[in-house]
Design a protein around this ligand. Structure first.
Ligand SMILES: Cc1cc2nc3c(=O)[nH]c(=O)nc-3n(C[C@H](O)[C@H](O)[C@H](O)COP(=O)(O)OP(=O)(O)OC[C@H]3O[C@@H](n4cnc5c(N)ncnc54)[C@H](O)[C@@H]3O)c2cc1C
Length: 474
């Protein structure tokens, strides 16, 4: 009898075709090469095949086959991961592509929830919901024109698009259907009880949706997700303000949170260089505030309170600040893409940080990229930003290193970027919300050993043959 691990790639392709049909398996080199990159400077191993699953059952059968025949499976949604994800990192692997699972299954206005397959793209979801006057409170990552809902949940995505008030993708999830690495299909949240429906997340013994959120698909493939809904706002206010010192700026941010004046989005331009280029006014800290409410009176009162707090702290309102912020907000899903068109591909370094550490890291980034590495000499550019997240004095700090996508430039950018990740984990306790292989390497050697051991034990019990996304987290 042929040993499991010795099954030939052509036999594996034949078996996959039996599950999903020939038209949904790719094994030509030219097709496979397209699956060796994500949106990071990393490069994956060429997989044996790409299999596009159409439903949970097909997904389950692919994973059962992988356990039986001994091949590895790496899951891929939109392929826009910016940290090394959705690509294969080991030989003898198959990419499981979820983009055929792209249906919005149910908009349930009684429970104010929407249920989707994992391959639904955020921009499609936003458009469909808007037709009913609804939206998910966090409207998706800036890559919304390519990123899938499943990929964003697996990466716990967040960004300015509603994160200050509503948190990131992680706060939107009510329940999930998941295919475990050994092929069983399960549901978590209130949907674990067949008579309950999908309306509550932390119940029935714990927060088991949480196990799959942000864990990059190592514990299971998300095959259905139910997310919260809210009504589209009818009143908006836009405010831009620059503070001469970090002290004023940080007091302003803390004041907004403490007084429960939380806007939909509170975005920070950190450091003199960034504020000058964004506002034409130099100051250590600039803020963009977006207020969105279902009532004009509430929007006005919130705006007045925020403006008066900014004035008391000595904030300066640059010319046309409202227009500046409105334009910035309305381009939410094109901001980074248009910067990339101008400056080159971006190596992303995005992570959580306590808001009070912003001054230090902004100054350090300036030194690291410009003085230590002299990135301009290589034709690279850097931009930094931050957004207050989840009604907490914490931010998502984002740094982009733009480079030309030729091999030499990409490898240099990768070195500079990977060393920066290791440095900020060590020095600032920076922790990633979305991860990928680059973050795993920077983080997992530095976390507490008992935490690493806990993850390993979880992985071993759910994926005894280490079939699904091996090495991505543990
Ligand atoms: C221009 C640009 C802007 C970006 N802006 C943001 C941003 O604002 N905020 C942000 O957080 N990120 C951002 N990103 C990074 C990335 O786009 C997002 O994190 C996005 O949510 C990834 O979704 P995806 O469908 O492309 O996932 P993929 O890249 O396909 O996969 C990402 C990870 O999730 C796993 N995975 C995918 N689907 C599933 C599934 N159904 N079940 C289990 N695991 C799965 C994969 O194995 C992989 O580990 C940006 C990237 C680009 C290129």
């Amino acid at each position: 009898m042929v040993k499991k691990s010795q099954q030939s790639p052509s036999e594996i392709v034949r078996q996959l075709e039996k599950i999903v049909g020939r038209e949904n398996v790719a094994s030509d080199t030219v097709d496979l090469l397209a699956y060796t990159r994500d949106a990071s400077p990393m490069e994956g191993v060429v997989p044996m095949a790409v299999v596009k699953v159409g439903d949970s059952l097909e997904c389950s059968r692919v994973l059962s086959l992988a356990n039986e025949l001994g091949f590895k499976v790496y899951v891929r949604g939109g392929g826009t991961s910016a940290g090394g994800g959705g690509i294969a990192f080991q030989p003898n692997s198959v990419i499981l592509d979820t983009t055929r699972m792209n249906r919005i299954l149910e908009i349930d206005e009684r429970n104010m929830s929407v249920t989707v397959q994992p391959g639904v793209i955020w921009s499609t979801l936003n458009e469909e919901l808007a037709k009913r006057g609804l939206r998910v409170p966090f409207m998706g990552p800036e890559s919304a024109y390519g990123a899938t809902v499943g990929g964003s949940i697996a990466l716990a995505s967040m960004s300015s698009q509603g994160v200050t008030e509503s948190g990131g993708t992680f706060n939107q999830v009510l329940s999930l259907e998941v295919v475990l690495p050994t092929g069983e299909i399960t549901r978590v949240g209130s949907d674990a009880l067949p008579t309950a429906g999908k309306y509550a997340r932390v119940c029935c013994g714990g927060d088991f949706a949480g196990l799959f959120i942000g864990s990059m698909g190592v514990f299971g493939v998300i095959t259905e997700a139910t997310l919260r809904l809210e009504e589209l706002p009818t009143s908006s206010r836009y405010i831009g303000v620059v503070f001469e010192s970090w002290e004023q700026g940080l007091r302003f941010v803390q004041g907004i949170l403490r007084k429960k004046l939380t806007p939909k989005s509170l975005n920070i331009t950190p450091g003199r260089k960034s504020t000058e280029s964004s506002w034409g006014v130099a100051g250590e800290c600039g803020c963009r505030i977006v207020i969105e409410e279902p009532d004009d009176g509430i929007a006005s009162r919130k705006a007045e309170a925020i403006i008066s707090m900014a004035r008391e702290l000595g904030g300066v309102f640059p010319t046309s600040h409202e227009q500046n912020v409105e334009n910035w907000w309305k381009k939410m899903f094109l901001r980074l893409v248009s910067q990339e068109r101008e400056k080159g591909f971006a190596a992303h370094a995005c992570h959580w940080l306590p808001v009070w550490r912003l001054p230090e890291i902004a100054e350090d980034a300036e030194k690291y990229f410009h003085q230590t590495w002299g990135v301009e000499e290589y034709g690279m550019k850097v931009s930094i930003g931050a957004y207050v997240a989840d009604q907490r004095p914490a931010v998502g700090f984002s740094l982009f290193l733009f480079y030309r996508d030729d091999r030499e430039s990409r490898l240099r950018a990768r070195e500079i970027w990977e060393k920066w990740l290791a440095h900020i984990v060590e020095r600032y306790g920076a922790v990633p919300y979305w991860m990928g292989m680059a973050w795993t390497r920077a983080l997992m050697t530095r976390v507490r050993p008992e935490y690493r051991d806990f993850l390993r034990r979880l992985k071993r019990s759910l994926d005894p043959n280490d079939v699904l996304n091996p090495g991505m987290l543990v």
